[in-house]
Design a protein around this ligand. Structure first.
Ligand code: HEC
Ligand code: HEC
Length: 221
């Protein structure tokens, strides 16, 4: 018994401290993918009413306030992961934590199925500047910067699993998120994929990219 305890204690010391905190508890393994696929959009719709999600995200998941976040049409897998991350405080936001803290994994899958079934927001469809085209379609090998399109899709409509759609999102939110990743204020991206990208971007590039992907909204000022 004593020997076993010594071995266990010894093993604990071998775990490198830097990896003690995974960025997310979600892994897209078979049980998780099955749970997300089995999400019930009708139950999700009822849960959205109960949770008053429309107050901040608009009736159909699209808000007319440019400071809010559009959530309609996000893939169920990305959506589900975010709710779990808010619940675990891997993604830190007080408003969202309050909304999800008492939900079960099944209920979060139901909400994800409901919002994934809704029409996504429209992007303003701005033409690409040369700077934006390079970053979106080619990246910058000198900075080891991968093309946004490789993970978020050529049209910004998102990719598999945890790669969110960007097209039609509100500009303020897009700038905030890239800045949070850059500064390490958002750290729930598995393998630091989005932190690595954001660290390589300048503020001016972040602004230009957000402008390109942004929702169609009346001009401010
Ligand atoms: C009081 C306002 C408020 C309410 C109510 C609210 N949210 Fe949110 N939601 C936010 C804010 C603010 C953010 C962005 C926070 C951040 O910086 O991470 C957000 C982010 C999200 C995101 C992440 C979007 C993305 O692109 O990553 C999802 C998904 C989401 N909310 C779903 C919901 C659902 C489902 C409900 C109802 C159960 C809900 N929200 C209710 C304010 C709210
Ligand atoms: C290697 C893959 C990869 C590349 C390349 C990449 N991203 Fe991401 N991005 C991600 C992942 C993964 C997430 C979601 C992380 C999470 O919450 O799980 C994300 C999230 C985001 C978000 C937050 C979206 C939301 O709804 O909260 C923005 C904005 C974003 N990326 C913009 C960009 C832009 C602009 C580029 C090109 C300069 C880019 N990304 C390149 C993987 C990538």
């Amino acid at each position: 018994m004593m020997r076993l305890m010594t071995i266990v204690a010894g093993m604990a010391l071998l775990v490198p401290a830097a990896h003690a905190e995974p960025s997310s508890a979600v892994a897209f393994d078979v049980p998780t993918v099955k749970l997300i696929k089995a999400g019930d959009p009708e139950k999700g719709e009822a849960l959205a009413k109960e949770g008053k999600c429309a107050k901040c995200h608009g009736d159909a998941g699209i808000s007319d306030d440019p400071d809010d976040v559009n959530i309609a049409g996000l893939s169920a897998s990305y959506f589900y992961k975010q709710l779990i991350d808010y619940q675990d405080k891997k993604r830190d936001d007080r408003d969202m934590y309050k909304r999800v803290k008492n939900l079960t994994a099944q209920q979060m899958a139901d909400l994800a199925a409901w919002y994934a079934s809704l029409e996504p927001p429209r992007s303003a469809g701005k033409p690409m500047t040369d700077q934006v085209r390079k970053l979106v379609l080619h990246g910058d090998p000198e900075r080891l910067l991968k093309a946004c399109a490789a993970c978020h899709g050529r049209d910004g409509r998102g990719g598999q699993f945890d790669h969110p759609a960007l097209a039609g999102q509100n500009k303020v939110y897009l700038v905030d998120m890239m800045t949070y990743f850059k500064d390490g204020d958002r750290e729930n991206d598995i393998y630091s994929r989005m932190r690595v990208v954001s660290e390589a971007l300048t503020e001016e590039e972040i602004e230009a990219l957000a402008d390109y992907y942004a929702a169609d909204l009346p001009e401010e000022e």
